[in-house]
Design a protein around this ligand. Structure first.
Ligand SMILES: N[C@@H](CCC[C@H](N)C(=O)O)C(=O)O
Length: 366
């Protein structure tokens, strides 16, 4: 696989012809540059690579960043273009947009859907906007899912957000920010090793606040309750990390789910749109390997099957503790890799630690 350092793509439906020239163009461009996870390296390689040339098709073009650097790219402000950086957290990928001069997202939900499309757009699980802080916070983070809906929070996204802010503001080493989100105050901290540790706040367990219509069975919360999905009875626990999650360790008669065998694309939408979840739901299917080692697959509200979900991993640990299956500090393995999660008894906050990486820098004409 190879990636481009700067891509320009118009945000209109491309013709068959321009699409094929784009894919040819992209292939020839791609062959110049092997995948590197650090885009700084990629840009400097492309600057040094003498075989690199400007290639353009009728309605789409891939352009050479001959004089580009990460910093100069981030400074670009031409009107009519959206400059972005694509990041991922364990394969959960996002288009990050510098929106620090306005509280109005630079693009509409409909445009986000087009940009997130993996065939006709850039390809991503969501678009994240870095906005001015409110209520005394340093920044505000908003996000559109790939279906254009707006969730309250995104765990992998906030780690990418922290790394993006550090890059925009040219910050190095250990850094911490306060971020206003739809889930309230979130505090990411970039560590010396580049990973991001996030104070995700307190989990919400009250059934009506998750929200779920399932009746509360443990204080105000829904723990190991029965949920009928197409005639099959699942045991579920409902947790909100600002956004809603339904966590299951198995069906009524078998609590040892073999998650690799699940037909996620078939079962996922049935949970997402179940009548018991008035705001739809994210769903995590979990296998317990030991009290400190969990493995999950996720079907995300508004994004489908993703390689990782940070809020999901936090919700999974909370559910596992509530069901007596795990300790308060766990490694949660996701298809894209592991996250370290702690639900701390002293402050009732959940802490998540994991990576966030640049994929590439790009521009799209609006
Ligand atoms: N992938 C995210 C969650 C993104 C939001 C979710 N799809 C929702 O609608 O709640 C994460 O890492 O937390």
């Amino acid at each position: 696989m190879a990636i481009a350092a700067a891509i320009s793509v118009p945000l209109t439906t491309p013709s068959r012809r321009s699409l094929s020239s784009f894919s040819n163009t992209f292939r020839s461009y791609s062959s110049c540059f092997p995948l590197q996870t650090k885009t700084h390296k990629l840009i400097s390689n492309s600057i040094r690579n003498p075989s690199f040339s400007i290639i353009s098709a009728s309605s789409m073009s891939v352009e050479a960043p001959e004089k580009a650097s990460a910093a100069s790219f981030l400074d670009r402000k031409e009107s009519g273009f959206l400059h972005f950086v694509k990041y991922h957290g364990l394969g959960n990928d996002f288009i990050l947009v510098d929106n620090r001069d306005s509280m109005e997202p630079r693009i509409t939900p409909e445009q986000a859907v087009k940009l997130c499309d993996r065939n006709f757009g850039i390809g991503a699980d969501g678009v994240i906007f870095a906005m001015p802080g409110i209520n005394g916070t340093d920044y505000t983070m908003r996000i559109f899912n790939s279906d254009g809906s707006e969730p309250e929070m995104c765990g992998n996204g906030v780690r990418c957000f922290a790394r993006y802010i550090a890059e925009l503001d040219n910050l190095h080493g250990k850094q911490s920010f306060t971020v206003h989100t739809g889930a309230g105050l979130i505090v990411p901290e970039i560590q010396e090793d580049g990973k991001v540790r996030v104070d995700m706040g307190e989990p919400i367990l009250k059934a009506s606040d998750v929200p779920t219509k399932l009746p509360a069975n443990k204080a105000d919360s829904v723990v190991k309750s029965k949920l009928d999905v197409d005639g099959v009875t699942w045991n579920v626990t409902c947790v909100s990390m600002g956004n809603p999650h339904c966590i299951t360790f198995g069906v009524e008669e078998n609590q040892n789910l073999q998650i690799d065998e699940l037909k996620l694309a078939e079962i996922g939408p049935k949970f997402e749109n179940h009548a018991m979840f008035p705001a739809r739901t994210n769903t995590e299917f979990v296998q317990v390997f030991s009290p400190s080692q969990l493995k999950m697959r996720v079907w995300e509200r508004g994004a489908g099957a993703t390689l990782a979900c940070g809020t999901g991993a936090c919700a999974v640990l909370v559910a596992a503790v509530l069901e007596g299956r795990a300790e308060r500090i766990c490694t949660v393995d996701l298809p894209g890799g592991p996250l370290e999660i702690e639900w701390r008894e002293e402050d009732n906050h959940v802490y998540m630690t994991g990576p966030a990486e640049v994929v590439f820098y790009g521009s799209v004409s609006l």
